[in-house]
Design a protein around this ligand. Structure first.
Ligand SMILES: [Zn+2]
Length: 406
């Protein structure tokens, strides 16, 4: 039966402009994410465009970037401090976007950013060199927070088996980390690079605005699931204390009661695209691209700091038929760097590729065998997206026409 395992529409509808389709889940409030939680997919509008293309076309046509930059200057004037304290937080691992955000704020807009890092699960060599360059060549103070490795591994393993999403607890920790550090250092502004609207979020969630809704980083719901298990269950099962898990948990409105916090993204104020962020970071902080393309795609400079990242995109491909190449090529089509046809030929070559380079490291980290990996992967394939052919190979169905004779 052709139903979606994840509560997504049974018929795949493709965007006419980029390569995305309606199986892309909206960024959900992941604390509620447990096995069997339904997701909402990205809408394709009456013109056949996905939410990300719709947003990017409206931006191309109607945004007055000069007036937006003036607004950025006003925000900086409002928050800038001259008393020796930091006045904004930039959270990142030393990737191109966090480098560009912090560098622009400090050296162009005369702010005093504190950069903070919630450590990746497994730094790659190039990722580690890039965070060092960020601090030493870019010129920033940085707090590197490394969560308890034993706990991180157990949570990632639970998340792999329960959600087929090994990075979920980590992504969760990272989401509230900047707000927690802002509170600790009495800083009132957090600045990110791109908004998730760029990737086709539900517009009514945060609209076309520079600020994130508070629900993005605050959560008061006591019914929290990490890696698909309740907090009480994890504590009992692994003999954890609440303290072991607290760095992964969201910040509550009570904790922020006496702390005014504004969380924004620079991509609203300044035209932002990954390629120009890469060139900027390379020029100003000696940011290095990888020496080979990333598994599952053709790029060399996005999301290269964590060995787990390629497996993360692979699981996304299995669940939603949207892998890393589809993300990259779609965004480059929207940013006018490539044509749709070129995107399709990239998809044919790289989409859904097994992330072989770091797979052994990932499976060791998660403490799972090859056969456990394969069997959990097959369980995660939704019957409306996959079928086995006569040779026993899994074939994506409901793909765009051009992909059928791959
Ligand atoms: Zn699109």
């Amino acid at each position: 039966m052709n139903f979606s395992l994840y509560g997504l529409p049974e018929t795949v509808v493709h965007c006419k402009k980029c390569l995305m389709h309606n199986q892309k889940p909206f960024s959900v409030n992941e604390v509620k994410n447990k096995t069997g939680t339904d997701k909402k997919g990205m809408k394709i509008n009456h013109n056949g465009l996905c939410a990300a293309c719709d947003y990017s076309m409206s931006k191309d046509m109607s945004v007055d970037w000069d007036s937006r930059e003036k607004k950025l200057m006003e925000i900086c004037d409002k928050f800038r401090r001259k008393d020796g304290n930091y006045d904004c937080i930039v959270s990142g691992s030393g990737g191109k976007d966090s480098v560009k955000v912090s560098h622009l704020l400090k050296y162009k807009y005369n702010m005093h950013p504190l950069t903070v890092t919630f450590s990746p699960l497994m730094y790659t060599d190039v990722g580690w060199r890039n965070i060092q360059s960020w601090i030493s060549k870019g010129g920033f103070d940085n707090y590197l927070f490394s969560p308890n490795g034993k706990v991180s591994r157990i949570l990632a393993r639970e998340a792999f088996f329960n959600l087929y999403h090994p990075m979920q607890p980590f992504k969760f920790g990272i989401k509230s980390f900047a707000a927690k550090m802002a509170k600790k250092f009495k800083i009132n502004l957090v600045m990110y690079g791109e908004s998730y609207v760029e990737y086709g979020s539900d517009k009514k969630d945060n609209g076309d605005a520079p600020s994130y809704n508070k629900e993005f980083y605050i959560n008061d719901n006591p019914d929290i699931y990490l890696g698909g298990r309740s907090i009480d269950d994890l504590i009992e099962r692994y003999n954890f204390s609440l303290n072991d898990l607290s760095c992964f948990l969201p910040i509550t409105s009570d904790e922020l009661k006496n702390h005014e916090l504004t969380v924004e993204h620079l991509g609203w104020y300044l035209k932002w695209d990954p390629q120009s962020a890469y060139y900027y970071a390379a020029e100003n902080s000696d940011f290095e691209a990888d020496d080979q393309r990333t598994d599952g795609t053709y790029g060399k400079y996005s999301g290269i700091d964590d060995k787990m990242e390629s497996l993360h995109y692979y699981t996304h491909y299995i669940k939603f038929m949207i892998g890393r190449c589809r993300f990259d090529a779609s965004q480059e089509i929207r940013n006018h760097h490539i044509e749709r046809e070129e995107g399709i030929s990239l998809l044919k070559r790289y989409e859904g590729e097994l992330p072989i380079r770091y797979l052994k490291d990932c499976l060791e980290y998660l403490d799972i065998t090859d056969s456990e990996f394969i069997s959990r992967t097959d369980q995660a394939r939704s019957p409306h997206l996959w079928e086995k052919n006569k040779d026993g190979l899994w074939i994506p169905i409901q793909e765009i026409e051009e992909m059928k004779n791959k």
